[in-house]
Design a protein around this ligand. Structure first.
Ligand code: PEP
Ligand code: MG
Length: 749
């Protein structure tokens, strides 16, 4: 039996013995030293104060245990911990980072092999062997040491090393960490971590029979490869495009010799197949955390996803862990909207994403559900453990993992304060939405799924100003059938009762990708083949939807609105499609809506210069300020680098918005606005000052916006805003003026 195999067997026996944790560590380092014929084996554990403390040693001065320490980044051990990479040196003293600790008496050793103790890509400590003679350790020795390091990592993660050092010493694993992310959905969430991609706790670390285990690994890899081939062969997978590119990368990785070799090697060293996957994955994650090239990071992420698939294959577990306390904060790298809906809503207190932007679909859905979200939180997944306490601050974009008691108390107060404010908003629910000087403002809500409907009652919305029909398509894995569409639309109209509902026809393409519709990659998807452009080119899809809408609205009013209109001709063409469907249904004796209103989104700047023509043929318009601002200011709404660079509360943009209201007044065509601006009290205040009398927003915003409205004298505000718009010179910011105005008039914003 090979050296590493013997070592693994010893360690397995040791883990089964009834030893106290310190004795177990002492035995582990002794066994390693013996097995590797090393004079020294030492174990350092990373503490919460970024110090590596000697926890056990064979060969160095035993009196230095729990006394000798190095800072993270200091000496060879500190370097290994900081870089998460092993060091294998035949002349350790010659390494530039070498420092020796006098209390340990290690100056006489020449060769040095140290490996990081990793868990899910996080460094928890360092394991070292040293020899007097100058030698380089063999790869299989290094592998064996890494494997034992993994066992120690599980011990640390299980908390069995707590309390071995002096009182008050906390390990890095329990260190509080705060992240600065981007606030994507408002609210404060306090709860316990649930890792969306379950971190499989590999309880069965050691295999009994190498060949059987290699075989098991091989079979799981085989199934993984077949499942990827299946996905690639499916007709509904795009022939080209990003989705396919990802799957092809998976296929390549699943056959990657280096990866498979490392997995097999770990199994041959005594690990079970799942422990081997976790070990190789952890190493990969550690490299990922230190990688700055976004392309390579992305490829490593693909590997990570693949490893997760393989783990699930081996362990046969697929469901999420539930938060026992019923207060889950989901932590994920990224997530689809449908995956969020797989969780029980009443359990979710917040969502933390390593990626994600304000307009990602999962974020739009979370916002509709009132779940606080912080995105762009790099490293959140590796730093979190299931059931860690965590705070999500969707107001300021902070995430606080394992917060100290004072911070947790502070946020509990903040949450209570918010709750009281929410209480006040709820009490406003039945108060008419009227300004101080008696002007009625119509507050409607945005929706897109069945789960949104209860919010109609709860928020006191006057109707649904924007129903994003594409959400039904995006959360489904196959194209929703005509009957599914009709059923959803009828349910929405039933829930709304007398309140108006504006259905927007499919706004897909660009970044809203439907996996079952093939689309070729585009250089500028936001400016590309999307929404109405796609619908008019492929009228089948649009006609099915229009028919479903007309049937669902039989005997009621139907309001249909087209997205991304760029030219009057498109409206005319779309209108013709409606007429065809109307004729068709009438011919077959279907009952019809008793009234039909057709509108368009104003979200492409070209429409600002044909407002009169458009309003001549439309029953209403709705400003999509998210897209309109993106095209107006040439800032990608999903790109965090530029999205915050220009302010939508600027003179030029507000002038553009005012021109839309004025055109509506000229033509007696109702104008509303349904972008995110409508939901922020300060910008909503600007909008009513510009003359908007109807706006539509995510349901949780209705309370705060109404609180602003009832304190505003719109005639006075209008004067102040128009004065500024007409006389402005210099830079175009209006935010300061609006804030000053709100403060001076005690308007909550
Ligand atoms: C908008 O663009 O402002 C809008 C409401 O539509 P969406 O966010 O769905 O593009
Ligand atoms: Mg839009």
């Amino acid at each position: 039996m090979s050296g590493p195999r013997v070592l693994m067997r010893r360690i397995r026996e040791l883990m089964a013995e009834p030893l106290d944790p310190q004795a177990r560590l002492d035995q582990i380092v002794r066994q390693i030293a013996q097995n590797m014929v090393a004079e020294v084996c030492s174990l350092y554990v990373l503490r919460a104060d970024a110090v590596l403390e000697l926890y056990a040693t064979e060969g160095l001065n035993p009196g230095s245990v729990h006394l000798a320490q190095l800072k993270l980044g200091e000496g060879l051990v500190g370097t290994i911990a900081a870089t998460a990479r092993p060091l294998n040196l035949s002349e350790a003293q010659k390494h530039p980072a070498f420092t020796y600790l006098p209390e340990t008496g290690e100056e006489i050793y020449n060769s040095f092999l140290g490996v990081p103790i990793l868990r899910a890509g996080r460094t928890l400590g360092v394991l070292v062997v040293q020899n007097k003679s100058a030698r380089l350790y063999r790869d299989e020795e290094s592998e064996a040491l890494e494997t034992v390091a993994m066992v120690v990592a599980e011990m640390i993660a299980a908390g069995s090393l707590e309390g071995l050092s002096r009182p008050g010493v906390a390990l890095d694993l329990s260190r509080p960490v705060s992240f600065d992310g981007e606030a994507l959905s408002d609210g404060i969430g306090i709860g316990h971590v649930i890792l969306h991609e379950p971190r499989v706790v590999v309880t069965n670390l050691f295999n009994e029979d190498v060949e059987a285990e290699v075989d098991r690994l091989g079979k799981a890899l085989g199934i993984l490869r077949v499942s990827i081939e299946d996905m690639l062969a499916r007709r509904d997978v795009a022939a080209e495009g990003e989705h396919r590119a990802v799957l092809e990368a998976y296929r390549m990785f699943a056959h990657d010799r280096g990866w498979v070799r490392r997995l097999e090697e770990a199994v041959r060293n005594g690990l079970t197949a799942e422990a081997a996957v976790e070990k190789v994955q952890s190493d990969m994650r550690a490299r990922m955390m230190h990688m700055t090239d976004p392309y390579i990071r992305e490829r490593l992420h693909d590997f990570d996803d693949l490893a997760n698939r393989l783990l699930r294959q081996l362990i046969g577990r697929d469901s999420h862990e539930d938060s026992p306390a019923g207060d889950a904060v989901i932590v994920a790298r990224s997530m689809g909207a449908a995956e969020l809906l797989d969780y029980r809503r009443d359990m979710i207190r917040g969502l933390v994403l390593e990626e994600g932007a304000a307009t990602s679909h999962v974020v739009i859905v979370a916002r509709a559900l009132g779940i606080p979200v912080v995105g762009q939180v790099k490293g959140a997944v590796s730093m979190s453990e299931n059931r860690d306490l965590i705070i999500v601050d969707g107001e300021d974009g902070g995430v606080h993992l394992r917060p100290p008691a004072e911070l947790a108390a502070l946020f509990s107060d903040k949450a209570r304060f918010r709750e009281r404010r929410q209480e006040r908003y709820r009490s406003l629910r039945d108060v008419p939405s009227r300004t101080k000087d008696g002007v009625a403002i119509d507050l409607e809500m945005n929706a897109g799924l069945l789960v949104d409907l209860p919010q109609l009652e709860e928020s006191g919305a006057a109707g649904i100003g924007l129903f994003r029909t594409e959400l039904q398509f995006m959360v489904a894995s196959t194209m929703p059938r005509a009957s599914d569409q009709e059923r959803l639309y009828a349910a929405v109209l039933d829930a709304a009762g007398e309140r108006p509902v504006t259905f927007r026809t499919l706004d897909v393409g660009g970044d809203k990708v439907l996996p079952y519709i093939s689309q070729s990659p585009e250089e500028n998807p936001a400016l590309g083949y999307r929404a109405l452009r796609l619908a008019l080119d492929r009228p089948g899809l649009m006609r099915t939807q229009l028919r479903a809408l007309l049937k669902a609205a039989a005997g009621r009013e139907l309001r249909v609105m087209f997205p991304m209109v760029t030219d009057l001709a498109e409206v005319q063409q779309a209108r013709e499609l409606i007429d065809r469907e109307l004729n068709h249904l009438t011919r077959f004796g279907h009952p019809m809506p008793h009234r039909l209103k057709v509108g368009a989104m104003i979200e492409v700047p070209s429409t600002l210069f044909q407002l009169d023509e458009l309003m001549g043929v439309l029953d209403f318009v709705s400003v999509g300020s998210n897209d309109l601002f993106q095209f107006f200011a040439a800032v990608d709404r999903g790109n965090a680098r530029v999205a915050g660079r220009f302010d939508d509360l600027s003179v030029p943009f507000l002038r553009a918005l005012r021109s839309i209201v004025e055109a509506g007044n000229r033509h007696n065509v109702p104008v509303t606005l349904c972008g995110e601006m409508a939901g922020r009290p300060l910008s909503a205040m600007a909008l009513i000052g510009l003359g908007f009398r109807s706006i539509s927003m995510a349901p949780p915003s209705i309370g705060p916006v109404k609180a602003m409205i009832v304190e505003t004298d719109v005639a006075d505000l209008e004067k102040a805003i128009c004065e500024k718009l007409d006389s402005a010179h210099g830079a175009g910011g209006m935010r300061d003026m609006l804030v000053d105005y709100a403060r001076a008039h005690s308007i909550p914003y």
